[in-house]
Design a protein around this ligand. Structure first.
Ligand SMILES: Cc1cc2nc3c(=O)[nH]c(=O)nc-3n(C[C@H](O)[C@H](O)[C@H](O)COP(=O)(O)OP(=O)(O)OC[C@H]3O[C@@H](n4cnc5c(N)ncnc54)[C@H](O)[C@@H]3O)c2cc1C
Length: 436
């Protein structure tokens, strides 16, 4: 179709917001419809009344090599949205021994850090690092576990990174997806591996500036507006049926469908999309006092603001404004456990990692049951490209075929790609780079 004059974006997660802001920045009229009470989808912050603080639904870590995410933040004019250590550093603690180390890649592309004891993974042998090359060259269907050399590097770095990035256990996770992350971050040198988190909260960094950007570019964002059905005729979308109101589409109008994988096939019967999911569990503990230094976690001397925990139930601990927040990924294995039981199991691990001796404070457990699609070969093969059978309907979302796992970077790239498919249909990629 010709460049549309008006685009209807359904779903105001980061994929939808990326598409909407990219289109608005090029002068297209944009209407965004979001089923929930606020935009942000799976990356949002909100006031938890019981804890009395703003929390993120889940800790979200980005790396400085996430170029689409950085470009999106620049586009929406987010002011100083991210924070992290000045240099790439990943502190770890192993339980129950309490042994600590910090992985600190050097800035350039030649990875001399793997030779320096104070920067590398303790006990890792040089040949184990060859796994990184194998991951980047992985073929279809190979699992992460099959390409790692058993040893300290796998146990103390690569498996925890794989679980965090893919939200799937290494024995099942498809290696190509991790290889794509490695190629864009670690393999580019430390400058692409600075760990970054939202400074105040996810909504403050990624969502509110996008909302304001849309408003200042003549766009509209309607929350509490759920799409119930899509009507089509002659190979085009002709009507969007919302509860209570229909939107008829003229010949110069198009749709970006940026809803989650579990929802898209209900609106587009016959669409193949991922249908197996993994949970992520986050535990937030309210803290009032300053944290002690010297742990590599939050100390004044270059603390990273987070720490990896090996050998516990907790996997990552983040120091967020007024809360200590724990992430457990690939969490189908724990998601049905009682929340209080989980909070009590994890608190001693938090005190060990953060160097605290205080009793367990007020806590909140957030269980995201469908946090991401399961990053297996079978599920990766179900990811569609952006184009559909309908000329004016484009798909976006972290579950579409981006070649990346379900991440902020993947979601934003899918939104950018959807916008490009409408604005520059001749040059935009027709499918994702990784359909099986
Ligand atoms: C707990 C957790 C931790 C994570 N940690 C990280 C991390 O550390 N780093 C990282 O990069 N990524 C992380 N992710 C992944 C990241 O959050 C997602 O990849 C990204 O937010 C997905 O964005 P999206 O726009 O594709 O989908 P979504 O955010 O799901 O957006 C889809 C939107 O569509 C709306 N919608 C659904 N149905 C309808 C309908 N019928 N009509 C209108 N609107 C509808 C939904 O309400 C939602 O707002 C994490 C995810 C979770 C859940």
């Amino acid at each position: 179709m010709n460049r549309p004059l008006h685009v209807h974006v359904v779903g105001a997660g980061l994929a939808g917001l990326a598409a909407a802001t990219a289109l608005a920045s090029r002068g297209v009229r944009v209407s965004v419809y979001e089923a929930g009470p606020a935009a942000g989808g799976r990356a949002r912050s909100y006031l938890d009344r019981e804890l009395g603080v703003v929390i993120d639904n889940g800790n979200h870590l980005l790396l400085s090599g996430n170029r689409a995410a950085m470009a999106y933040l620049a586009r929406i004019g987010a002011r100083d949205p991210l924070t992290g250590p000045a240099q790439p550093r990943f502190p770890f603690i192993e339980l129950p021994s309490g042994r600590r180390w910090t992985v600190a890649p050097n800035a350039g592309r030649i990875p001399w850090w793997v030779l320096v004891p104070s920067r590398r993974v303790p006990g890792a042998r040089l040949y184990e690092y060859l796994a990184l090359r194998r991951l980047m060259r992985a073929g279809p269907g190979e699992t992460v576990a099959s390409l790692l050399a058993p040893g300290a590097l796998a146990r103390r770095l690569l498996e925890p990174l794989a679980i965090a990035a893919l939200n799937t256990m290494p024995a099942e996770a498809e290696a190509r997806l991790l290889g794509a992350v490695v190629a864009e971050t670690l393999a580019q040198g430390g400058a692409a591996c600075r760990p970054l988190v939202a400074r105040e909260g996810l909504s403050e960094s990624f969502v509110h500036p996008a909302r304001d950007f849309l408003a200042s570019h003549g766009g509209e964002l309607r929350t509490g507006t759920r799409l119930a059905a899509i009507e089509t005729a002659a190979g085009r979308v002709t009507l969007l049926r919302f509860a209570g109101a229909d939107v008829a589409l003229g010949p110069d109008e198009a749709v970006v469908l940026a809803v989650p994988a579990a929802v898209a096939p209900t609106l587009l019967p016959g669409l193949t999309a991922p249908d197996a999911f993994e949970a992520i569990v986050n535990l937030h503990y309210r803290v009032t006092a300053d944290l002690p230094g010297g742990t590599g976690f939050n100390g004044p001397a270059g603390g990273a603001g987070f720490i990896g925990i090996i050998g516990g139930t907790a996997e990552w601990l983040f120091a967020r404004p007024h809360v200590l927040s724990v992430t457990i990924s690939a969490a189908n294995r724990v998601v049905d456990r009682d929340a209080g039981d989980l909070a009590r199991t994890v608190w001693p691990e938090v005190t060990a990692a953060a160097g605290l001796t205080t009793p367990m404070p007020a806590w909140r457990v957030v269980k995201e049951r469908r946090a991401t699609f399961a990053a297996t070969a079978a599920q990766n093969a179900r990811r569609p490209g952006p184009r559909t059978a309908f000329a004016n309907l484009i798909l976006a979302g972290d579950w579409t075929a981006t070649g990346l796992p379900a991440t902020i970077e993947g979601a934003i790239r899918s939104g950018d790609r959807a916008a490009a498919a409408l604005l520059d249909p001749d040059t935009a990629p027709q499918t994702g780079p990784n359909p099986a």
